[in-house]
Design a protein around this ligand. Structure first.
Ligand code: A3P
Ligand code: MG
Ligand code: MG
Length: 369
């Protein structure tokens, strides 16, 4: 283990497929055996401050305090108008992750077949069951590693543009819930009087292997459950991560089916990828009041939703898609991008876009430091 394909095959490995090749989702969305997925290892971290400036520390690590009594009274709408929202006009691409790689390249060998954010892998895992959202994934090979970067689709851009005040309200409730459940200190008490700053985040870097693909990815993590202060990578690696979620309380069988179909698959994928074992959900009403918390054991989620989706299908699809990308993206040029595009009910298409272009995403400060 630990040997990447690049090291085995050499840089000339892979099969060259010319522009216009496609990948059939239906043929590759197969169940069968669950693929090999090694325990994700924490190898680093960085924080983004209130203005989304990069900080190579644990300043944004949150300690999660799960109340003993799961009957709570949280008002997620409290102070919503004062919340500091993320500015979506600036596309950060992989910049922060690349900065982490540059700053930590002396600390070890971060050689990997694929580098990306966790969210991109979650999207891939959900693709066999996705009926609405499309995606665009850009890929560039550089020094034996394929970098993957999600690009906003036209559909997504329009739906963001058309977001109603009500949609925006829902989106801010999730962040408020995080504030109710966490603080900056192990023994701290959540301070819910201050406005929420939605720009801050802790990103944890993980390394793992999916079948023969070595992966290095960054993941925004909600926090850890710990009674002592965490100061180092090894302490973070040994800590128990918890994922926080909110959802409207479920009243009907139909709502429960939708919960399993649309939410549990994403929750499971997101948490499974980083080895998070517990999700704490705050069930809310339409006014944003949470009255009840509930625990979800990540490993038990697939069984809960077994009538709707199959975890092997999700992971095998991800594995096969990465194999497809590896076979297509052979040439190593930092400006050239292979654009993989998918819409529900269609196949994945791959198009080569020689750079520099609007799709290029590896900055020169990374490729020529
Ligand atoms: P909820 O998922 O509880 O609604 P995450 O759970 O992935 O850490 O995300 C934290 C919160 O960010 C979400 O809480 C939601 O409020 C907001 N959020 C995440 N992804 C979003 C998206 N695609 N659109 C709108 N809000 C989003
Ligand atoms: Mg989060
Ligand atoms: Mg969360």
């Amino acid at each position: 283990s630990g040997v990447c394909k690049a090291a085995v095959e050499g840089s000339s490995g892979g099969v060259s497929i010319m522009s216009g090749s496609s990948f059939k989702v239906e043929e590759n969305a197969i169940g069968g055996k669950f693929p090999a997925y090694s325990k994700p290892r924490v190898i680093g971290y960085y924080s983004l401050d209130c203005d989304r400036n990069y900080c190579g520390d644990l300043s944004q690590l949150k300690y999660i305090h799960v109340p003993v009594d799961y009957n709570v009274k949280f008002n997620l709408d409290h102070g919503r108008k004062l919340a500091q929202k993320k500015d979506d006009s600036c596309d950060e691409k992989l910049d922060n992750l690349l900065r982490w790689m540059l700053q930590n390249s002396s600390g070890g060998d971060w050689k990997s077949d694929f580098v990306c954010f966790r969210g991109l892998l979650t999207v891939l895992m959900c693709t066999p069951y996705e009926k609405n959202e499309d995606w665009i994934i850009c890929a560039t090979k550089w020094k034996g590693t394929i970098f993957l970067c999600a690009k906003e689709t036209e559909r997504k851009r329009l739906s963001k543009e058309r977001m109603t005040d009500r949609d925006k309200q829902f989106a801010s409730w999730g962040y408020k819930f995080e504030q109710y459940m966490s603080s900056g200190k192990p023994e701290g008490v959540p301070d819910v009087t201050r406005p929420v700053n939605e720009r801050k985040e802790l990103c944890v870097m993980f390394r793992t292997k999916l079948n023969n693909h070595c992966l290095l990815f960054g993941a925004e993590m909600d926090g850890v459950e710990s009674t002592s202060v965490i100061n180092s990578c090894s302490e973070l690696a040994g800590a128990k991560f918890i994922e926080l979620k909110t959802s409207r309380h479920i009243e009907t069988a139909r709502q429960n089916q939708n919960f399993k179909r649309f939410k549990l698959i994403k929750w499971w994928g997101q948490s499974f990828l980083v080895g998070t074992s517990q999700i704490v959900c705050g069930f809310r009403d339409d006014r944003g009041m949470v009255h009840k918390l509930e625990n979800f054991e990540v490993l038990k989620i697939p069984r809960m939703a077994r009538d709707v989706w199959d975890p092997s299908t999700c992971m095998n699809f991800c594995d096969r898609f990465l194999s497809f990308v590896w076979s297509v993206v052979v040439e190593e040029r930092p400006d050239t991008v292979w654009k993989f595009e998918w819409r529900p009910h269609e196949d994945v298409t791959a198009v080569k876009i020689p750079g520099p272009s609007e799709f290029s995403f590896l900055p020169t400060w990374f490729t020529q430091p």
